[in-house]
Design a protein around this ligand. Sequence first.
Ligand code: DC
Length: 227
Amino acid sequence: MNPHIQVAIDGPAGTGKSTVAKRAAEALGYTFVDSGAMYRCVALAALRAGLSVEQADAIGGLAARVSIRLGPLADGKQPVWLDGEDATAAIRTPEVTALSSPVSAIPAVRAALTAQQRAFAEQGPVVMEGRDIQTVVLPHAEVKVYLSASPEVRAERRYRELRPGSTTVAAVAAAIRERDERDSTRANAPLKPADDAVVIDTDPLSVDEVAARVVALARAAEEARHA
Ligand code: DC
């Protein structure tokens, strides 16, 4: 049995995964772990070190060396520190977003971050979200939820999150397609649902409805544990 309850939420960008995971973590009182933020930190560190994505060994070394800290949720945001510096905003730039996908395909980067993510789950109950949490990081999670949404709905959602006027829905859709393609076809820990995942199509549902389903699944897992 896992030392603490593990809730693994995976899916592509624009499914509302992050918002759902945060709401569920708050409702349950579990620690929220945004694993994508950790890949973003490595991408930011690589940019700052002047490394290009071809320098996989150097980026792998960087991933093992940098210190990444995820703080408690405050106002729906998770503060992120990279080597002691607040990187919460810096990891969300389009440049870092674009680089985070190829950086996350580097096996040494995945190995370093997977180990840290497992360590978080040793410390207490978690809601962890990402691309490979239910398949690789926490394969014995009591709750595995895979969120899906149609490409059109995902592009609209992401567009609304970005500054209107700074881009177009078509450009957002193209960037999402490219990142998904790379994240789901890579050899190492590709994005896909676990065989025993609950797959939720989020198109017709509100964030609150999806979060409520996750909370209900976690409550059922808590009861099963204490039965
Ligand atoms: O969820 P996000 O957009 O913040 O993730 C940034 C990138 O990191 C994304 O392109 C895929 C990658 N990622 C991953 O490979 N594995 C995870 N568990 C989380 C994110």
